[in-house]
Design a protein around this ligand. Structure first.
Ligand SMILES: Cc1ncc(COP(=O)(O)O)c(C=O)c1O
Length: 501
């Protein structure tokens, strides 16, 4: 028998605060238990992030959450449907949408906050101040953070340049490398499924006289190494291919890509194109070793790995040296590549997030994989006509499913109590199907009806079970209302129908 009880729509959530606070506290406590070897963790349970400590009832004016599916109330723009479920005999209830959007951002690990706080309150010196202890201690904290970032990716400490995030790192590295080499080499290669900040950096360069090749991807989202080889030219300065795709979780073959670049340079007796990878979704989630993988430049983001928002890093190899033109000029900080005062608290947060990731990546990956399998099996064992977008061996914390015979907008509207992303992007005028899914060759309706489930370190089994139950019920209900679905049930092959205009 399915252990998931249907949602009890008539239940009242009188006190969201105590339930959600203890919910998070439980998760953190569990986290402490499963990895008891690290002494730093002892203080974690004392630090509950602000949004958790705050009583949401008070935040919301102390009103009760209304009953029923049509009930609920507005909170942060969401209509909150109170939900309650029983999984394995443990009652769980929550008044906030279940968060399954880990590719958009991750909650900050409380241990990271612990580490950052003294940098705001006591150790507030400018890390570039050389004349007093405030500066020295902030500088020491920044150096330690740099070491943690470097350790996580197999780099040298001095190869790490702090930035405001992966968007800045991508801009800095792609434009910077291209511009430095523009005298002799004006060709750039990237893929059609990169993040917008890579695509737009390349688009900008093409308005400046650079020639950009956008590699297509195979139906599973992977690039073809033969396509890459065919696109390379002696004047290719930089090849930018992401490590893990943010929409479909596909992991590109980084080592093989760098080997292809080396082999081409050797065969054609030309300078090797530099290999940049946007690893915003990869670092801390899968093993990345810049040396072993032959990566020359790489972008990292803090808020995708349970660190703070507004900080990231660029890996810029020094030996042999990767040369680039800086985008930001000023005090010459960060090897002159990124001027501006280094934000010590944020950088320390990024460093701590990397330290934790290095220690716990294996454990996180195992848990995320289990939850991912639970989600996929739970949904696909109860609902058919589902397509999984992207290669199945991708990062398990990013599951992208398309539901045939379901209208995408209605699907999202019915799932307001789960925070996830869809394969449709709202533009001012219309809903556009995702360019990533289109690059895989997905039909427009399948791209529209896709959902991205982002699973992370703090996701629980109970949440996954609740999401499975919600998805199954909503998809079945929407299909029951669909004339197309009725035809499919009657055995009509609707792909053969010629629709009149
Ligand atoms: C693959 C990828 N690259 C770059 C970015 C931008 O990162 P940041 O928010 O740190 O600028 C994101 C964020 O969504 C991403 O997923």
């Amino acid at each position: 028998m399915n252990p998931i009880r249907p949602l009890l729509r008539t239940s009242r959530l009188r006190s969201i605060s105590s339930t959600s606070t203890s919910h998070i506290a439980n998760r953190i406590a569990r986290r402490t238990l499963v990895t008891p070897t690290d002494p730093v963790r002892a203080s974690v349970s004392n630090v509950v992030p602000e949004h958790v400590r705050e009583d949401p009832g008070e935040l919301d004016g102390g009103h009760e959450v209304a009953n029923g599916a049509e009930g609920g109330k507005e909170m942060f723009g969401f209509k909150l449907n109170p939900v309650e479920t029983k999984t394995g005999g443990n009652a769980k209830s929550t008044g906030r949408p279940i968060y399954l959007d880990m590719q958009a951002t991750t909650p900050m690990d409380p241990r990271v906050l612990d580490k950052m706080l003294p940098l705001f309150t006591e150790q507030y010196g400018n890390p570039h101040s050389r004349t007093h202890a405030y500066g020295w201690e902030a500088e020491a904290a920044v150096d330690e953070a740099r070491q943690h970032v470097a350790n996580l990716v197999g780099a040298q400490e001095k190869d790490i340049v702090f930035t405001s995030g992966a968007t800045e790192s991508n801009n800095m590295l792609i434009k910077g490398i291209a511009k430095f080499h523009q005298g002799k080499r004006k060709h750039i290669i990237t893929t059609q499924t990169e993040h917008k900040c890579v695509l737009d950096s390349c688009r900008h360069l093409s308005t400046q006289g650079f020639d950009v090749t956008y590699l297509p991807v195979l139906p599973n989202g992977l690039i073809s190494l033969n396509d890459l080889k065919a696109a390379l030219r002696p004047d290719t300065s930089v090849v930018s291919i992401m490590a893990v795709n943010n929409e479909i979780g596909v992991i590109q073959p980084l080592k093989e890509i760098s080997e292809t670049l080396k082999a081409y340079a050797k065969e054609n007796k030309c300078q090797k194109a530099l290999f940049h990878t946007d690893a915003a979704q990869a670092v801390g989630k899968i093993e990345i070793d810049v040396e072993a993988m032959g990566i020359d430049a790489m972008s990292i983001s803090g808020h995708k790995i349970y660190g703070p928002k507004g900080v990231g890093a660029a890996y810029v190899r020094r030996r042999p040296r990767v040369r680039l033109e800086p985008l930001i000029h000023g005090g010459g900080q960060e090897r002159g590549l990124r001027s501006g005062t280094v934000p010590a608290p944020l950088v320390v947060g990024l460093g701590e997030a990397c330290r934790i990731a290095k220690n716990e990546m294996k454990l996180d990956h195992e848990r995320v994989k289990e939850l991912s399998d639970r989600l996929i099996n739970g949904i696909t064992s109860q609902v058919d006509h589902i397509v999984r977008n992207g290669d199945v061996s991708g990062y398990p914390g990013c599951v992208n499913l398309s539901f045939a015979y379901v209208e995408g907008e209605s699907l999202l509207m019915a799932l307001k109590d789960i925070a996830l992303s869809s394969g449709s992007a709202c533009t001012s005028a219309s809903l556009e199907p995702s360019y990533v899914l289109r690059a895989l060759g997905a039909a427009e309706d399948m791209a529209h009806s896709s959902l991205r489930f982002g699973i992370g370190r703090f996701t629980t089994e109970a949440e996954i079970d609740l999401v499975v139950a919600r998805i199954v019920s909503v998809v079945n209900r929407l299909r029951d209302m669909s004339p197309l679905w009725e035809m499919v049930q009657e055995g009509i092959d609707i792909s053969k129908i010629e629709w009149s205009q």
